[in-house]
Ligand binder design. Structure first.
Ligand SMILES: C[S@@+](CC[C@H](N)C(=O)[O-])C[C@H]1O[C@@H](n2cnc3c(N)ncnc32)[C@H](O)[C@@H]1O
Ligand SMILES: [Zn+2]
Length: 335
């Protein structure tokens, strides 16, 4: 993806504080203690071997595949990557840019923001002192990394859509960004202190076991996963997402968005809210223990009157943990 304005590119190179690669062959470039040697975290998305920076590309030390680094962002998709999935996610990313302005939507948006705040404050309260290695998987346009980067944590923004990473870098000064696919996470095993994953796993709801197993592998024994996802058991969702067969739900949803709502913000066909009880079971199966669910007070995607109803029942801990629009949890690896 080239730049239409070479000046922008030049200025970006001069002023960007994007990560400095430290090739194993270049001992003159030593990381200072505030700079993550991103290369030492990365693994080949195809074979899992270590990666080495060679000029301005990343090369796999095992299968020798070569990967582009675009304006400081390694592009680490596996060879069998499904491009149609990327195009769908790019379309969704474009939609996420469209400002929402009606009064009703303002309420929704406020709840989304509040919900995100609640999640990140759980992360902030449950992590150790800097510097820790954190990866935000499916980060989208979320600029919450800043508070952790400012504290001296090494937080890597990871997403399938390059353009969102590029804007995090340009607009918010994200130091560490990597593009790739959650199904082939290009990080070395046992290197991450904390993984964060908000609203992504329902995009891969048929592959939860594989995804969560890989999350477990990436974590250090002392690490933790912070996970939030759209909740199949949400108070206003479960009649559709639990009681209705999935195929019927999908057809009705697509009919609603295409024919009735003419919505700019529609979910992809493969998205489906996940079940927190099933996710907890899978987490245990793949080697997590100490799985803690947190209360959620904001309820995105419901109108104000419905929110009052949630607020009333949300004083019950069980409702606030398991029947919000989202569920949020922290899981630590087992012994
Ligand atoms: C609903 S958005 C959530 C974004 C962000 N976590 C937040 O809370 O604002 C889902 C994000 O997951 C990313 N995503 C979807 N499929 C992915 C995949 N296979 N690999 C990596 N990222 C993916 C999308 O590009 C998008 O940024
Ligand atoms: Zn390889």
């Amino acid at each position: 993806m080239g730049y239409r304005f070479p000046l922008v590119r030049i200025l970006r190179c001069v002023f960007s504080d994007g990560f400095i690669y430290h090739s194993v062959h270049d001992s003159s470039v030593m990381p200072d203690k505030h700079q993550l040697d991103l290369e030492s975290l990365l693994a080949c998305p195809d074979c899992g071997s270590d990666m080495v920076k060679v000029r301005d590309e990343m090369k796999c030390a095992g299968c020798k595949n070569v990967f582009e680094i675009r304006d400081g962002i390694p592009i680490l998709f596996p060879a069998d990557f499904d491009n149609s999935h990327l195009r769908e996610e790019e379309t969704l990313a474009e939609m996420m840019k469209i400002p929402e302005i009606s009064a009703k939507e303002r309420f929704y948006l406020g709840q989304w923001r509040q919900s995100k705040k609640e999640f990140w404050s759980v992360v902030a309260q449950n992590i150790g002192p800097a510097p820790k290695i954190m990866v935000n998987i499916g980060c989208g346009r979320d600029d919450s990394f800043r508070q952790f980067q400012d504290l001296g944590h090494f937080i890597v923004n990871f997403d399938i859509v390059y353009e969102m990473l590029d804007s995090l870098k340009l607009e918010y000064g994200a130091r560490y960004c990597v593009a790739g696919d959650v199904k082939s996470l290009p990080f070395r095993k046992g290197t991450c202190d904390y993984l964060i994953c908000i609203d992504l796993i329902h995009h891969e709801s048929e592959r939860l076991q594989q995804l969560l197993k890989r999350f477990r592998e990436l974590l250090k024994p002392s690490g933790a996963l912070f996970l939030e996802d759209a909740n199949a058991w949400g108070m206003f969702q479960f009649p559709k997402s639990v009681l209705m067969p999935r195929s019927v739900h999908r057809s009705l949803r697509s009919f609603y968005h295409n024919s009735f709502k003419h919505s700019e913000q529609r979910p992809a066909d493969y998205e489906f809210p996940t079940n927190p009880f099933k996710v907890r079971r899978i987490l245990e199966q793949v080697g997590f223990s100490k799985i803690v669910f947190f209360d959620n007070h904001a309820y995105p995607n419901c109108h104000e009157r419905a929110y009052k109803f949630y607020e009333f029942f949300g004083s019950s801990e069980r409702i606030a943990k398991f029947h919000n629009y989202h569920y949020m949890l922290m899981a630590r690896p087992g012994e």
